[in-house]
Design a binder for this molecule. Structure first.
Ligand code: ZN
Ligand code: ZN
Length: 256
């Protein structure tokens, strides 16, 4: 059994096909999925998915790519996270690729999420793009190691991965790892400890080979897992068992 540790099933292109998506998960032995919130107005729909489907969980948070939207406070996040199906805070973090200029608001928003995660004991789902130094610095300054979490859709260097692991974090690989030119990430996947690896789709984005360019879905996490297993020279079953165990160790509020 596999877990898709990061997907956006409330996005219209996936929500419209939910019965087929769930069937495909079952057919491909993808047992669970963590539905990730990106804005506060989005959150009720994400939570509804988790409430209506026993094998779905939810996170609550505001993504760093959304400027000029309702800014969350620590108290708000704590309140919204107070639900048995909300198992994580995020996705949060920094993105210096999609947005430029004065991004102090991103850093402030990131700190807000870390504080809420520590207060609730629910781990962080961290998005970091072109911003590894600031991401790690803020994690350290805010004591993110008190709660831990996952560096999702990891695309940074092995050094950054190992530093995050030192802070108690897990490294999650997406479909990018199946792309031919993804040399750095393939190296990271070979060298990080097996007990710190998660797999995800980040669907509807980033469909793995052989579906590259198409709409992604949770069952395709199988292809991510296959690639990571091949890179490490271990069996698919060993990788699947380890990543699933890792998921439920990290997200200890997830009942299964
Ligand atoms: Zn992300
Ligand atoms: Zn995402």
């Amino acid at each position: 059994m596999l877990v898709d540790s990061h997907c956006h099933l409330n996005f219209p292109e996936l929500l419209a096909n939910l019965p087929a998506i769930k069937q495909s998960m079952q057919d491909n032995q993808v047992g669970h999925a963590l539905c990730i919130s990106v804005t506060l107005p989005d959150f009720p729909q994400v939570l509804a998915l988790a409430e209506q489907n026993e094998n779905f969980y939810a996170s609550v948070g505001v993504h760093p790519d959304y400027e000029d939207i309702q800014e969350p406070t620590v108290d708000e996040l704590i309140k919204l996270a107070n639900h048995p199906k909300v198992i994580a805070i995020g996705e949060t973090g920094l993105d210096y690729f999609r947005l430029t200029g004065d991004l102090e608001w991103q850093r402030t928003r990131f700190r807000t999420h870390i504080r809420a995660a520590i207060a609730t004991g629910k781990p962080l789902v961290i998005h970091t793009r072109n911003s590894p130094e600031d991401t790690l610095r803020i994690m350290r300054e805010e004591n993110a190691q008190q709660v831990g979490g996952v560096m999702h859709c990891f695309t940074e260097s092995l050094d950054v991965a190992l530093e995050a692991i030192t802070l108690g974090f897990y490294i999650s690989f997406s479909g990018i790892i199946t792309f031919k030119n993804a040399h750095t990430i393939k190296e990271v996947a070979k060298h990080v400890p097996l007990n710190r690896i998660l797999v995800e789709t980040d669907s509807p984005y980033l469909a793995p080979t052989p579906y590259r360019g198409k709409t992604n879905q949770p069952s395709y996490v199988k292809h991510v897992a296959e690639e990571v297993a091949n890179l490490r020279g271990i069996s698919f079953d060993e990788l699947a068992a380890a990543t699933t165990e890792n998921f439920f160790r990290l997200f200890k509020h997830a009942k299964h």
